[in-house]
Design a protein. Structure first.
Lengths: 472, 472
């Protein structure tokens, strides 16, 4: 094996350059895992391509050596997506981080896969534009497309898949294809855009993305609304959605999570179930929406409403929401974060959140509940001790029970984090005979199973790695 | 062959019922073609299933006899999608026309594939909801999903693909699968929803659809704005989009087409390039948008603006726009309608429309130009004499030149009508090596090529039927 690795390394270095391929131990360790609790595995080497052609070289060489290829952005995935279970070449897109084009009148941008969302938004701001998708981490856009990421704004603007007009992809064969065009819509051919977004590196490497962007809205209003109970808060959101008010963001944070925010951020928010809301529009329209919203929230027994019209106040409010995961991580040193991610029809959401809280209590686990409630998506942020086998067992049971609760009610096991390794075991339950269709597609496009093997779809080789858990 | 057909017929009748399978000549003639200029071909027989299980019986029997299966809604497709080139069983979904569920709080409906959009909207209205996608014809929802139809509202609400949460599909193997779930979003597994929408019956028969619906907006304002030139009108739309005003509909109708409207509808609209516009919102927001819109339109040299706040006036305005194709058909008895359908980045639209008009003049063809300009999608409505070979040659040349103009500028050969037979010849030019990926998917999911063969993807059998033109 060692000999094969050395040969591979030499060949890649001759195709790229010596500096662009490494087996440096620190680098291997950094690329062995992601932000999740899944146990890391080291790659054979790491390649840092600078061009699409270099990615082609890597894939073709991998094919020759029958080595896996694992595309890597920032390693912020939450289900073990970038862990090279069978070894292989980790392709780090750090050197492909250019914003290639911003075309104002077409509301589109072209970027390399290593560009991060904050990098893009900083540049777009100069044009009065913004990119909507905002997962917790400052992930790369390539990684966000690979997992079909979303975040707080998808209730109005849609998820990552809705923003992708075209991907340049190096397929498992080493061919360069385009999955779409620059047109806003198309009925030509099969919808490869939709198929490749969310494919988690299992069908090819993304080397360029053409994305939809939006004009920054004229007026923005943010609000914090507290409720006596989570179900009151969810009820308020359902009525709000039905009212026709176009909500841009609506996030639920439960009582224990608000306590965690106050502890970590030194804020003094009320420690009650809280909705963080944002509306976009013109000034007059927003004023009318705000009045209507107040009425609706009061009908749902809200305890308080605080509005933020100013940018600074809004930023503080969203910072509190965005930092919640970190508030937990810092609050429980020595423990690791496990995050559930189901999404249900909104009529089932209040029940699902109540069920999750009951399970947390029953299994005596520490955790908060937050949710993109406009989409029916919520997370349990769970702090677990990887060396406490009882706690690990209970955490796994909680995750599983939450997934089965959602699947039994028309939901999905993952709203935005993706399958990776962690959700592979639920694919059959969720998709039934459709899983065989997915397997056929994988088989047709990557018959040698070199593209991020064993993610989403089980390999035919049969190496299984569902339950790998990090042990400190 | 005849013997095989009789056997097939008998077997299908025993599985369904005698009344549900026919070889009646009038019925065969009715199902041989669509609304396009492509030459009809008769199916071997027509089956009218009532349940998903009956569709399974049909597909399995077809597989046994190696007969093609052609799903059929209302036959309103425009590129020969439902023409059974190699004979086969046409599956008419007329008896699967039930609205199964309207779930207000989840903004979703479940329908059988034979439900039409007007049938659904009539029912939704009672709930204060509406379904947004509105192609010219009153097509079935199954057919609209098969071609990824859109229409006048996609600039705000998206195309058919954006409305589909789940499809129940009978695959080429005769297996029942679900391509999605009831959740608003998901990152679980490959995105089969996106792949099957727009697959034009080539990957399976849709037997149930779960669709997204919207609340009817509080206020609606419609307007008719005239301009001295088409490029002024398009310029106005670009600025409008950049202004952040959320346009719900924006349709361009050129001067010759306005003449046709007046002739056919006995209206007296100004015969100038005209934008038909609609904004949705709350009352205050709409009032502010209307003021802003006026300013923008005046900056783009508009000649007149007429607003319609009342439902009756709005209906008349949209009726004029919707009836345009029929205005042409009635205005040129003996001729047939040919419709182009390219879509480009909006920055390229004014040039593309000007190019199309030049081509119409150069080739001495009669036709109007209309467009969903917010999406960059426009149509040339062309009246052609199928017995005039010179005119037919010129029409084909026009269509081709318009397609190549769009493809050279980042566009697509079809924005909303689909590929069928008519746009198959442009698939390689548009998709390049991605076409091979599509072929592999087709091969993997329908190796025997029984599902609507020779549409979108060329069959391996090599029967070609690109240029079949109806002769009267």
């Amino acid at each position: 094996m060692e000999e094969k690795h050395r040969e591979l390394m030499k060949e890649l270095q001759s195709l790229l350059s010596v500096e662009q391929v490494t087996q440096n131990e620190t680098a291997l360790l950094q690329h062995g895992g992601d932000e999740s609790y899944h146990a890391p595995v080291l790659p054979a080497c790491i390649a840092y391509p600078k061009t699409t052609e270099e990615v082609q070289h890597i894939v073709r060489t991998a094919k020759k050596y029958r080595m896996p290829v694992i595309p890597y952005g920032r390693g912020t995935s939450l289900e073990g997506h970038v862990i090279p279970h069978e070894g292989g070449i980790t392709v780090d897109f750090a050197l492909m981080d250019q914003i290639l084009e911003i075309r104002d009148s077409d509301f589109l941008v072209k970027v390399q896969p290593g560009v991060t969302r904050s990098q893009l938004n900083k540049e777009l701001k100069k044009h009065g534009l913004f990119f909507t998708v905002d997962p917790g981490a400052d992930a790369t856009l390539g990684g966000m497309a690979a997992t079909n990421a979303s975040g707080t704004t998808s209730v109005k603007y849609g998820v990552m898949r809705d923003q992708v007009r075209d991907l340049e992809v190096v397929t498992a064969e080493g061919t360069i294809i385009h999955t779409g065009s620059e047109a806003v819509k198309s009925s030509s051919g099969y919808h490869l855009n939709g198929l490749f977004v969310g494919s988690e590196g299992t069908l090819g490497c993304f080397t360029e993305l053409t994305l939809r962007v939006y004009g920054i809205p004229e007026s923005i209003m943010a609000a914090r609304v507290t409720f006596p109970s989570v179900s009151d808060a969810v009820g308020g959101v359902v009525t709000l959605l039905q009212s026709g008010i176009e909500i841009a963001r609506v996030e639920l944070v439960d009582e224990p999570s608000m306590q965690q925010v106050n502890k970590h951020m030194e804020t003094s928010y009320k420690e009650m179930p809280t909705l963080f809301l944002e509306l976009h529009g013109n000034e007059a329209g927003l004023a009318q929406d705000v009045d209507f919203m107040k009425t609706i929230m009061e009908e749902h027994a809200c305890e308080s409403i605080d509005f933020e019209m100013e940018t600074a106040g809004r930023n503080q409010l969203w910072e509190a929401r965005h930092n919640l995961a970190y508030a937990y991580v810092h609050g429980y040193p020595g423990k690791k974060l496990m995050v559930t991610d189901v999404c249900l029809p909104i009529s089932q959401l209040a029940g699902a959140v109540a069920h999750a809280r009951e399970e947390l209590n029953r299994l005596e686990l520490v955790g908060g509940i937050v949710g993109h409630v406009g989409d029916g998506n919520f997370h349990v942020l769970l702090m677990i001790d990887l060396n406490d086998s009882e706690e690990m067992k209970n955490a796994a049971e909680l995750n599983e029970n939450i997934v089965y609760y959602a699947l039994a009610r028309g939901g999905t096991c993952t709203g935005e984090h993706g399958v990776g390794i962690g959700k592979k075991k639920y694919q059959e339950e969720e998709h039934g005979p459709a899983l065989a269709v997915m397997e056929k597609i994988k088989q047709a496009l990557d018959p040698e199973e070199i593209m991020n093997p064993n993610k989403i779809i089980r390999t035919k080789r049969g190496d299984e790695a569902d339950e790998t858990v990090r042990t400190n």
